[in-house]
Design a protein around this ligand. Structure first.
Ligand code: FAD
Length: 508
């Protein structure tokens, strides 16, 4: 660490986390830092206007986006004549990962839980085929086959609030008992994919979670703050912003109090699933750094303009069918005629900050470290120490969920990255009882990933709007959690399977 730079940057540390650094001035460098941001896409599109167009290719199916939804669609398509175009240099989307000196760690979605037997069979069968899960007749749960990635319950999570630790985000006492008793009455009604949720529960999609809770139980402001934290953590909005259906799903989707619900969290997070799904697709068919910038309907099929970022060329691809599994806000530019169906979706920006430590001199860690702070955007961090890679370097992965209006500030990371890394390090240091000047020298490298449209917020009215129903072209279908789904792994998988079904009639 350069001490002079550290002191200069520290003086900025009381600013809000995304406050702009000094205009036009390069930041002082405290950390060796690598930034990965999807906020640079706009520049790419503009640059690509000057790139030459190359001869057209033909494909039966073009999939836009290699997130979990796009990969699931490609893996289940009945044709092998397909291409998956992904604008990033890696697959996974919001379930992505990063590597450093052979070490792999998560930069987005980081876990899932064992699946009850009342969850939809299509996704479970697909995961069984990939040897990800197997049914346990005794527990009646679909359990993970890679047992080494199950999190030891004694190191599962710890909550830090008001300078003190407690075992759970929801404060202990009578209130939590009453709250969870209320939730338990609903277990079995909230499953994934959400399209399987019974019709009689769907009125909950029309009201916000806080209003619904207030109608049924009395909660103190401190308890509501804890619920807000959990709603932001999973759904990017507070209890008064997300639907009651999303909230009830969160607390009542599995029999948490009667069964042991195992947490599955490999060091690379849900990139594990992306990677497994991708084994079903020929590598040469996944085109990385390929940005789909325009889709034009033809008499039969589509003309798709794709910017090949490495070659700085624009490819014209004639596709008989398209599955659009990219975020839908960009349809405005890519395929404007379908944009109105999606224009009301609210997307939350997220930021992930990974700290690779030089050596593991910190105390033994918990997997999930939930930090309920005054700054609502900062949620805490995941500690690889609890992810069964003993002996490897330790990686601490911090998460921020910002309100929509802060998205534009994520575009300044080249100017503010060091400051964000330092402020986040201060918070993590505090958690471990260390001052910044003690914690910062322990850090070898920092990685920041910014996702401007990281996930759709399930506000009242959002769920169950499958825009495939009224789509304009039968041979273009939509996939992704932002097609009226909860922002969760199985929803992304199921949306891919459904898109294949929409186009080809049956899942292979
Ligand atoms: C920080 C964070 C943590 C999360 N944690 C969890 C978790 O622990 N568990 C869980 O179940 N879920 C979690 N989620 C939710 C997660 O978003 C979903 O589980 C799932 O990964 C969404 O997949 P998707 O394919 O629908 O969308 P995305 O992951 O957004 O994939 C869309 C893909 O399309 C690509 N793309 C977009 N436009 C274009 C274009 N024009 N051309 C080419 N490519 C394009 C993007 O680059 C991206 O790769 C988390 C989300 C975030 C942001």
């Amino acid at each position: 660490m350069n001490r002079r730079n550290f002191v200069k940057l520290s003086s900025l540390s009381l600013l809000p986390i995304l406050a702009c650094g000094p205009q036009g001035k390069k930041e002082e460098e405290v950390f060796s830092l690598k930034i990965h941001s999807d906020m640079r896409t706009g520049h790419l599109v503009r640059d690509s206007f000057n790139w030459p167009e190359v001869e057209s290719e033909k494909t039966e199916l073009l999939v836009v986006g290699a997130g979990i939804a796009g990969l699931s669609a490609a893996a289940n398509a009945p044709t092998k004549d397909l291409l998956v175009c992904e604008l990033s240099d890696r697959i996974g989307g919001s379930s992505g990962s990063e590597t450093y000196q052979g070490l792999q760690f998560c930069q987005g979605a980081h876990y899932d839980l064992v699946y009850p037997n009342y969850f939809g069979k299509d996704c479970l069968n697909f995961f069984e085929k990939l040897n990800i899960i197997q049914f346990n007749g005794q527990t009646k749960l679909w359990e993970y086959t890679d047992k080494q990635y199950l999190i030891d319950t004694s190191f599962e999570s710890q909550c830090f609030s008001g300078g003190a630790f407690r075992s759970d985000v929801l404060p202990e006492g009578e209130e939590v008992k009453m709250f969870l008793d209320f939730m338990d009455q609903h277990i079995g009604n909230f499953m994934l994919p959400s399209r399987a949720i019974p019709k009689n529960m769907r009125a909950l999609n029309q009201i916000d979670f806080l209003s619904y809770l207030n109608k049924n139980i009395t909660l103190s402001p401190g308890f509501v703050r804890a619920i807000d934290y959990q709603m932001i953590d999973d759904f990017s909005g507070e209890a008064h912003q997300v639907s009651a259906l999303a909230g009830m799903y969160y607390y009542a989707n599995r029999p948490y109090r009667t069964n042991e619900i195992e947490v599955f969290s490999p060091p690379q997070g849900n990139f594990y699933f992306a990677n497994k799904i991708a084994t079903e697709i020929d590598n040469s068919q996944i085109l990385l750094k390929h940005l789909v910038k325009q889709i034009k309907p033809l008499k039969k099929g589509f003309e798709v303009l794709v910017a090949d970022v490495s070659q700085q060329k624009v490819k014209k691809i004639l596709a008989k069918h398209v599955i659009y599994a990219g975020q839908k806000h960009a349809l405005k530019y890519i395929f404007p005629e379908e944009y109105p169906a999606f224009e009301n979706i609210k997307y939350a920006p997220w930021l992930v900050v990974n700290y690779v430590l030089k050596e593991n001199s910190l105390t033994e860690g918990h997997w999930q470290n939930e930090m309920v702070m005054n700054n609502q955007a900062f949620l805490g961090f995941i500690d690889s120490d609890a992810q069964h890679q003993k002996g490897d370097k330790r990686v601490l992965t911090a998460y921020f969920c910002f309100p929509e209006w802060q998205r534009k500030n994520l575009a300044n990371l080249d100017r503010t990255g060091q400051q964000i890394a330092l402020q986040t390090a201060e918070k993590i240091g505090w958690y471990f009882g260390l001052r910044p000047e003690q914690f910062v020298p322990m850090v070898e490298k920092v990685f920041i990933k910014a996702m401007g449209h990281a996930m759709p917020i399930p506000v009242p009215g959002y769920l169950f709007n499958d825009h495939n129903i009224n789509r304009k072209h039968k041979n273009l279908a939509f996939a992704g959690v932002d097609n009226g789904r909860l922002p969760l792994l199985l929803e992304a998988v199921d949306s891919g399977l459904c898109a294949v079904n929409e186009i080809f009639g049956s899942i292979s």
